[in-house]
Design a protein around this ligand. Sequence first.
Ligand SMILES: NC(=O)c1ccc[n+]([C@@H]2O[C@H](COP(=O)([O-])OP(=O)(O)OC[C@H]3O[C@@H](n4cnc5c(N)ncnc54)[C@H](O)[C@@H]3O)[C@@H](O)[C@H]2O)c1
Length: 340
Amino acid sequence: MSERSCEPKRIIVTGGAGFIGSNFVHWVVENQPGVHVTVLDALTYAGNRANLDGISADRMTFVHGDICDATLVDQLMTDADAVVHFAAESHNDNSITDPAPFVRTNVEGTFTLLEAARKHGTRFHHISTDEVYGDLALDDPARFTEETPYCPSSPYSSSKASSDMLVRAWHRTYGVDATISNCSNNYGPRQHIEKFIPRQITNILSSNRPKLYGDGLNVRDWIHTEDHSSAVWEILTRGRSGETYLIGADGERNNIDVLRAILEAMGKSADDFDWVRDRPGHDRRYAIDSAKLRRELGWQPKRTDFAQGLAETIQWYTDNPKWWRGAKEAVEAKYAAQGQ
Ligand SMILES: NC(=O)c1ccc[n+]([C@@H]2O[C@H](COP(=O)([O-])OP(=O)(O)OC[C@H]3O[C@@H](n4cnc5c(N)ncnc54)[C@H](O)[C@@H]3O)[C@@H](O)[C@H]2O)c1
């Protein structure tokens, strides 16, 4: 493990047309004037080229391609100082119905990128999730730390845990200059409407009743995606090689409280929703202790006013119906087939 300062000028962002990746690309373009971004994205159902609209060609190049394509990845890596790896299959419910793409993209894709980073000596930052740690009991005061043992519950979280292990091994065995961050649940603009918060917002905007899993008491630790972006930049440029950093903004809330906050903000009554069947193996509670990131790198979240962030997110979906309406019917039909 070594102290390091990296000032990348040309970075590859995998999955940069997805939710968190595109928010990160916008953040870099706005906050890091000297940096050029190459987005590598396969534009799966979750990727949307329009998420990068408004970014000029001198700041960003878009490459439509697959992270499992070793020839393409090798070619892109010849001209990059660093890779920030967001690309993934990211939705737990999908991983339960069809786990194969999760193993392919999340495990094989990460392997492909690591091999190219090893060959070209490229700095590698891997984006992961707090879900690799499994879950905590509702009455347990503990939070996840970098020392918490891995205990993933779903095909999604186990594929992410596997990719984290590959990154650790490629650092230790081959000396790849790599860091990992495990972040809690993100919210903000441009999140696919299959995910909890945008699903509820777009249900209300479509005059459907929102749907709540199980008993609604499952706790998630919410962070605004802009805070995730600033944390990733700090780790990419100043994090210690070989280290893992947990990213969180002390935003623990249970699902029913989040849904009621959405209902209230959108002028609905607190009981205006349907209870639906729980997700199999549904993790009870996630909570992040991000003390290491704050202590070592001085990072602080800025977007911690959840009501304000939620109001802006609701406004974004209200203002951008073209972005989500085309997918709405299919997303709800898929959930309905699962009794959700
Ligand atoms: N959403 C969250 O709350 C959260 C929290 C912590 C960590 N993460 C992690 O952050 C990353 C991004 O999550 P997200 O919610 O933005 O996901 P997303 O599903 O919105 O976006 C994923 C992107 O990856 C692209 N992609 C998928 N397979 C690909 C492939 N084989 N090659 C190239 N591109 C491919 C998709 O087209 C899409 O643009 C993931 O690694 C996820 O595990 C997400």
